[in-house]
Design a protein around this ligand. Structure first.
Ligand code: NOJ
Length: 732
C-alpha cells in the first residue's frame, strides 16, 4: 500500500488556487500530467475498493468510481455494491497520488435517494417542472450525505415504445415536456452553482435515439434518420444542455449502423461542436467494450480508438482506455489532442464541482433518512402522478364522518412498499414506504378491509361483502426498467381473471394501476367504474393514493405517453405524421389503417380527468400574422363547470400544414397548470413565438417557415380546438 503523505502547499500545485479561472487551472494541471496520468483520468471503475484499489488510485490510474456510496460508514457490500468508505478511497487519490487529483464518485440517483419520488414517467405525468426541480433538490441533498457527487439522471430518451422497459425512466414521448422536466431536474440536482456542497452533477442520457430500440428490445438497434432525430429525439438533450447539464451519457444503441459510442458525428459534431457542450461525455456501462460485440471494432484497442475519436471522455468500466490509450497515442494512431480534450472535460467537471477544494464527503452526524419535509414533496409528487382515466362517479369515495359504506382494498400491492418504489432505486427502502393498506386504514378505520395482497377466493368473498372494492393491479417495480422489456403490454398473468371475477359481482369497482409503462387497459377500462394510473409513486405511495381516492386532493396528472389499443398497435404516439394517404386525427378511427382493428389510441397523450368538469372556449389570437422572429398571444377561457376544485393542465399544440418535411399532426408546445374553483372561469394566455415552430428541414438546418400554423388548445391531444395564424417575413 502507498504511503499517505500530507497535501503539498498551493505553490507546488498552482491549480489548487481557487481564485484562478477554471480553464487556467486545467491548463496548469494538464501541463504537469504524464500521458499515463491523463489516461487514468478517463478511466472509471465500478465499486471502487479503498483497500484493493489503493495502489491503482495512488498511481493515478483511476479517475472516477461508479456506485460506491457512503462517506465513512462500514465498507460493507450490499448486493455486490460497495457501500461505505468513499473518503478512504478519496484519501489515496488526494493525499497519496503524485498530483492529488480527487476521484469523482457517481451513482444512479434517478428519482430520489432515500426519499423516493415517483418514477420519472410519473414525474412527467405532473407536467410540473417546478416539482421536478424540488425532487432533484431533495435527491441531491440526500445523496451528498452518502458521498455521491454525480448522478446519472435525467434520462431524456423520448419514449413511444411501451414494450421497452426503460420508458419508466423516461419523461415521456414529447420533446417539449421531456425537455422542460429534464431542465427542472437538472436545476434541482445542480442548483445555480454545481459546486454547492448540497448539489450533484447531473447527466442527460442516453445520447441518442435509445428510445427507438427495435421492437422495444432493450439495447437493440435503432434505425432513424437524422431529420427525425433532430426534430424529436435530440431536442430534450438540447434542452438539458441549455439548462447547464454538466455531463451527457452515450447510448448503448447504434443509430443507423453506427454505435453511439463510436458516433463521431453526433457526439463530437453535434453535441460538442454545433451545440457547444463543454461538459463531459461518459460512456455507458462497458459501452466502449461493447463496440467489439457490435462488430465494429476488432478488439478493445480499436474500440478505445473509435470511442475517443467519437468524443467519449470517460470510459465507464470497460478498461479499454486504461489498457490502450497510452499506446494508441504513442503509436500515433490517436492524436494526443483528443486525449487532452477528454481529460480537460473530466477535470473541468471536477473543478466545477469544487472537488479540489472539498474532496471529502463525510458529514458527521448528518442523516439522509426521509423527513416530514422530504416526505411532503414525495407526497405532492405522488399525488401529481395520479392520472384518473375513468370515473363513472364512484370516486371520490365518501370520506365524511357519517359515511358507512365498507371498502375492500385488495391486490398485490396493498402492503408491499418495495414494489411501489419503482425502478432504479438503490437507496430507498421498502420499509420506509407508506403503503396503501395502512394509509387507507388510517383514514377509513373499520370501514376498510385490507386483503392480504394475494388474490384468492377469500378476496372474492370479501368483495361480495364490501360495498366498494379498490383493486390494486399492475406491475411490480421489477417488471419495468433496464433490460425489463415485454412482448405483451397486457396486465401481468392472473390479474384480469381477478378483475373479471370481482367486476362480475356488479358492485362499484375502482382499479388502481401501478405500472412503469403504458399497459393495454382496454378490459380494465371496460370493467371498472373508475381507473387510476399511478405508475410507481415512491415513498409516499399509500398516502398519495388514499388522499386521491378520498378526494382530499383532486387528481390532476396527465398521461405523458400514449396508451395504445393493444400491443399490436405499437408504435403509436402523438407524433404521428401525415402520409400520402391522409390520416385526419379527427376521423382516423373511422378510416382505420388495419383491417382487423381501429387505430386510434386507447388513451391519448395528455389525457387525464379530475373530479369536476372543465369546458374550453375556442382559442383566439391577438393577431393573425406574426413575423418569423415575432410572437402572438393566444387566449383560451377554461371554466370549471362542476362542483369541485381542480387543477387543469391547459395544453397548447401546433400543426405546421406545409413544411419541407413531414411534421407531426399535432405537437405539444406549451401548457399551463390552472387552479379553478367550482364555477370559476379563467382566461389563460400563452405567448407563442414563431420560433416554437422551428424544425430541421431537408438540409438539416433549423428553419422557421412562413405560412400557416394551426395552434390548438384543449385538455389533451385528442380534444383540441384550432385557430390559425400566418407566419410572415421578418420585419426589416
Ligand atoms: C447502465 C444504464 O444504461 C445507465 O442508465 C446507468 O446510468 C449505468 N448503467 C450506470 O448504472
Amino acid at each position: 500500500m502507498t504511503d499517505i503523505t500530507a497535501t503539498p502547499p498551493t505553490h507546488e500545485r498552482p491549480w489548487l488556487d481557487a481564485a484562478l479561472p477554471v480553464e487556467e487551472r486545467i491548463d496548469l494541471l494538464l501541463a504537469e500530467m504524464t500521458l499515463a496520468e491523463k489516461v487514468g483520468q478517463t478511466h472509471q471503475v465500478a465499486n471502487i475498493d479503498p483497500d484493493a484499489d489503493a495502489d491503482e488510485i495512488a498511481a493515478g490510474r483511476i479517475g472516477s468510481s461508479l456506485y460506491a456510496s457512503g462517506a465513512t460508514a462500514g465498507n460493507e457490500r450490499d448486493e455486490g455494491i460497495l457501500v461505505g468508505n468513499i473518503d478512504a478511497a478519496q484519501r489515496h487519490a488526494v493525499e497519496g497520488s503524485r498530483l492529488g487529483i480527487p476521484l469523482l464518485f457517481g451513482r444512479d440517483v434517478i428519482h430520489g435517494h432515500r426519499t423516493v419520488a415517483p418514477i420519472p414517467l410519473g414525474i412527467a405525468a405532473s407536467f410540473d417542472a417546478d416539482l421536478a426541480e424540488e425532487i432533484g433538490t431533495i435527491a441531491a441533498r440526500e445523496a451528498v450525505v452518502d458521498g455521491v457527487a454525480w448522478t446519472f439522471a435525467p434520462m431524456v430518451d423520448l419514449s413511444e415504445e411501451p414494450r421497452w422497459g426503460r420508458v419508466a425512466e423516461s419523461l415521456g414521448e414529447t420533446p417539449v415536456l421531456s425537455g422542460r422536466l429534464a431542465a427542472g431536474l437538472v436545476r434541482g440536482f445542480q442548483g445555480d452553482d454545481v459546486s454547492d456542497p448540497d448539489r450533484l452533477a447531473a447527466c442527460a442520457k442516453h445520447f441518442a435515439g435509445y428510445g427507438l430500440a427495435a421492437g422495444g428490445r432493450d439495447y437493440d438497434t435503432v434505425s432513424v434518420g437524422e431529420n427525425t432525430l433532430r426534430n424529436l429525439h435530440l431536442r430534450p438533450f438540447k434542452a438539458a444542455v441549455d439548462a447547464g447539464v454538466t455531463t451527457v451519457m452515450a447510448a448503448f444503441n447504434d443509430v443507423d449502423g453506427i454505435p453511439m459510442h463510436a458516433h463521431e458525428h453526433l457526439i463530437r459534431g453535434v453535441l460538442k461542436g454545433e451545440w457547444g457542450f463543454d461538459g463531459m461525455v461518459v460512456a455507458d456501462w462497458n459501452g466502449v467494450g461493447q463496440l467489439v460485440n457490435a462488430g465494429v471494432a476488432a478488439d478493445l484497442r480499436e474500440a478505445a480508438a473509435q470511442a475517443i475519436r467519437a468524443g467519449v471522455d470517460l470510459d465507464m468500466c470497460s478498461g479499454a482506455y486504461l489498457a490502450h490509450l497510452e499506446e494508441l497515442v504513442e503509436s500515433a494512431d490517436v492524436d494526443l489532442a483528443l486525449v487532452d480534450d477528454a481529460v480537460r472535460r473530466v477535470l473541468r467537471l471536477k473543478f466545477r464541482l469544487g472537488l479540489f477544494e472539498r474532496p471529502y464527503a463525510a458529514r458527521p452526524g448528518a442523516s439522509n433518512a426521509p423527513t416530514p419535509e422530504t416526505r411532503e414533496v414525495a407526497l405532492r409528487a405522488g399525488q401529481a402522478a395520479h392520472v384518473l382515466v375513468k370515473n363513472d362517479g364512484v370516486l371520490p369515495l365518501d370520506a365524511s364522518a357519517d359515511a358507512t359504506g365498507s371498502v375492500l382494498l385488495s391486490g398485490a400491492f396493498v402492503d408491499d412498499g418495495d414494489a411501489l418504489l419503482g425502478t432504479w432505486v438503490l437507496d430507498g427502502r421498502g420499509e420506509e414506504v407508506v403503503t396503501p393498506g395502512p394509509a387507507l386504514r388510517e383514514r377509513l378505520g373499520d370501514r376498510v378491509t385490507v386483503a392480504d395482497g394475494r388474490f384468492s377466493d377469500v378476496t372474492l368473498m370479501q368483495a361480495r361483502a364490501a360495498e366498494t372494492t379498490v383493486l390494486l393491479l399492475g406491475e411490480h417495480r421489477s417488471r419495468s426498467g433496464e433490460a425489463q422489456s415485454v412482448v405483451d403490454i397486457g396486465l401481468p398473468p392472473g390479474q384480469l381473471e381477478v378483475l373479471r371475477a370481482v367486476a362480475a359481482l356488479g358492485k362499484p369497482l375502482v382499479a388502481v394501476v401501478y405500472t412503469g409503462r403504458p399497459l393495454d387497459l382496454s378490459e380494465v377500462l371496460d370493467l371498472a367504474d373508475a381507473v387510476l394510473v399511478v405508475w410507481h409513486p415512491g415513498t409516499e405511495a399509500g398516502n398519495a393514493l388514499a388522499s386521491v381516492l378520498l378526494g382530499e386532493v383532486e387528481p390532476h396528472g396527465r398521461l405523458p405517453m400514449t396508451f395504445p389499443l393493444s400491443t399490436g398497435h405499437i408504435p403509436t404516439s402523438t407524433h404521428q405524421r401525415p402520409t400520402g394517404r391522409l390520416i385526419r386525427a379527427d376521423v382516423d378511427h373511422e378510416e382505420g389503417r388495419y383491417i382487423d382493428a381501429l387505430t386510434y389510441p386507447r388513451l391519448p397523450f395528455g389525457f387525464g380527468l379530475s373530479y369536476t368538469t372543465v369546458e374550453y372556449s375556442a382559442p383566439t389570437v391577438s393577431t393573425e400574422t406574426l413575423p418569423t422572429d415575432g410572437w402572438v398571444t393566444l387566449s383560451v377561457t377554461v371554466t370549471n363547470t362542476g362542483a369541485r376544485v381542480c387543477r387543469e393542465v391547459v395544453q397548447l399544440y401546433f400543426r405546421d400544414p406545409v413544411a419541407q418535411v413531414t411534421r407531426p399532426l399535432v405537437e405539444l408546445t406549451d401548457w399551463a397548470l390552472v387552479d379553478l374553483e367550482p364555477g370559476q372561469a379563467r382566461e389563460v394566455t400563452f405567448e407563442v413565438a414563431a420560433e416554437q415552430t422551428a424544425y430541421a428541414g431537408r438540409d438539416l438546418t433549423t428553419r422557421v417557415d412562413e405560412g400557416e400554423i394551426v395552434l390548438l388548445t384543449g385538455p389533451d391531444s385528442a380534444r383540441l380546438q384550432p385557430v390559425s395564424v400566418t407566419v410572415t417575413k421578418k420585419d426589416s
